[in-house]
Design a protein around this ligand. Sequence first.
Ligand code: JS2
Length: 310
Amino acid sequence: MSDHRFSSVPTEEEPGCCHLSRKVKVCLCVLLCVLLCVLVAVAVVVGVLMWPRATPPRAWNGTGSTPHFSEIVLGRCFTYTQLLRPELGHADCGQIGKAFTNAFLSKDPCHSSEQDYQLLLKLTSQTIPCHSSVFWSKSTQLAHLYTRVRQDMFTLEDTLIGYIADGLNWCGDAGSYEMNYQSCPHWRKDCINNPVSVFWDTVSKRFAENACGEVQVVLNGSVSNTFDKNSTFGRVEIHNLHPGKVSVLKAWVMHDIGGVYSYHTCSSPIIDDLKFILSKRNISFTCEDDYRPIKFLQCVKSPEDSSCRK
Ligand code: JS2
């Protein structure tokens, strides 16, 4: 039997593949395998490090996210765009739902920003007719009772984005893809830049920026802070009204029926503060106590009250 090692003629089992000896080929294979193993190992390590650790989300002092948040958002979006305001039927509720959750999921719930909500604002943009924007402060029920009857008037919660989010709570956690249903930051006890507070400031700012013509605000004269500079209305909305678009802000100072005490009326200094801020912004101001159409709504609930017989 002839001995190969010395023959320069390539043997049949070593077809001329770049003339590499078996040993070299074996070494190369081993090297490739090792390289592959290293790559896989690195990928696994990185994956484990990057994978959101399943540690429980941080405990906060506020209530947790509303159960079934995403389903509620989607359902409300379709109800609003298909039933309540079909002129918005073109809105993409799937996109809107995603944009909403992506605004806060896997993010630190104490560093939420207006930027997080820009896509959501874009997907829910809505033109509110002039003379129909209704702001409110410490009087959510009365304001919404009024716009439920006057369907041509809009509070923020009568717009698509306000309708979708009204009464809900939501937050995520930087170390998880999940919503935090256990707890969310409380605006005073934990942090002010939490997803919910930032959201309402952001959408309230846009609602004010879009307002035009005569705009109105429902205020509560039966509480001590009828006009509160630190409220969303006093801190965000009056400062984002455009003097060039808004001709006058009409305040309706309502008082609880059967209310033992009326803290403030249109002639109270606290209302002068509001008037002063607006005058500095070249926006005219009028004020009416117990604006009759809303008073009528209050009287529907308490027809026997003496103030309802006048
Ligand atoms: C609604 C919520 C929630 O003019 C109104 C609306 O446009 C509103 O966005 O902001 C104004 C009322 O806020 P304000 O003056 O702070 O009144 P308030 O009664 O002290 O506070 C109500 C909370 C306003 C922001 N907000 N608005 N629906 O679910 C909701 N959650 C929060 N935090």
